[in-house]
Design a protein around this ligand. Sequence first.
Ligand code: AMP
Ligand code: ZN
Ligand code: ZN
Length: 418
Amino acid sequence: MRLPLVRVTVLVALFWVAGCATSPAPTSPEPHSVLLVSIDGLPASALARGNTPNLDRLATEGVRAEWMNPSYPVLTFPNHFTLVTGLRPDRHGIIHNSMRDDAVGGFRVADKAAGADARWWQGEPIWNTAEKAGLRTAIWAWPGNAAPINGLRPTRSVPYSPEISSADRADQVAGWLTEPVSTRPRFAALYIERVDNVGHDKGPEAPETLAAIREVDAAIGRIVRTLDAQNLRASTDIVVVSDHGMAPVTPDRYIAIEDMATIEQAEAVSTGQVIGFNPRAGHEAATAKRLLGRHDHYECWRKQDLPARWHYGAHPRVPAIICQFDEGWNGLPAEQLARVPTDRLNHGSHGYDNALPSMRAVFVAAGPSFRHGATLPAFDNVDVYPLLAELLGITPAHNDGSTDVFAPALTPRTDAAH
Ligand code: AMP
Ligand code: ZN
Ligand code: ZN
């Protein structure tokens, strides 16, 4: 692992040397800040198709990955916490959006109390690594930001607030990053769920979803313009990621989970695309016989037998049997399938095998630490946390990632302080 060194804003220096500065350089060096933005559910294939002019410009000015591999399971909370800890879900404890822990209870994405309960969130998020190093952080609704993990909270933390538009969130975060140095965060993060919501509802290629992508791209454009107007681009690294892509779903691709294993046989801890079953006492053998192996649209394993490439199954919270649905298929309770009209079922889903092209996530980054116009080969999203630590010049906590893949995309560094 490379030593965490502090970067200088070499682009400004180079412009001076070349005598071609297009905007006045700051008279005093600005402290270096890092912004991490997540566009929930933005597929890697959504870039460079005319819907993301701001992201495409960032990629041209900086770097992009061909794609980024999400971690397993390909769900929002596990992947968001992987992005900020560098740990796979099996190691940071957010092993699903819906889970159970004998000592802690039940976890659901919408359960505010669980979100704020530090016992669920294992590992060290980047905001804690930064705060421990004396850097101020400000986090807009990133999963985990409500919990005092290891007793620490970000300096500023906005709760998940779906009623606030993407543009308003962007303006708030841009406001943070342009505050006077005395209060400005050195690390900020922003979470935006709009593309995921519409993608589920309408499907990944629907006009409404493409409009949502344009809307969120425009919000990122607002941040870039505000930084530009304050001459802070040369001291701000912007890293834009998504947690996963989205696959199309048709209404005939839903299966009742009770048809997989009966309620008497096993408890389904989660529904959707990755279904965890815990066999009930006395029903272990019958449940295993019924579930394990290949079925028409899904496959089930004991947790200890899951494919090694998923790095999943060791955490005590992972249910005894995991059933993974094939791309485009979903498992829901029979009652829900009977109640929800066919046209109201989701037309898009994620949660499928993380090797599928439809699940590929986005990585785009620009700023003083990044070279112009580099395209990186695909990498796993565990690499983002050590990258953020390197950008911030701080020592990362132990993690499952590496910064090696970024080496060709990073500008030369020095240990000179900003
Ligand atoms: P999923 O698509 O099931 O993986 O979950 C993602 C959805 O969870 C997003 O589209 C948001 O609507 C929602 N969400 C994200 N963060 C939170 C949060 N902190 N509290 C409640 N809901 C959230
Ligand atoms: Zn998501
Ligand atoms: Zn989603």
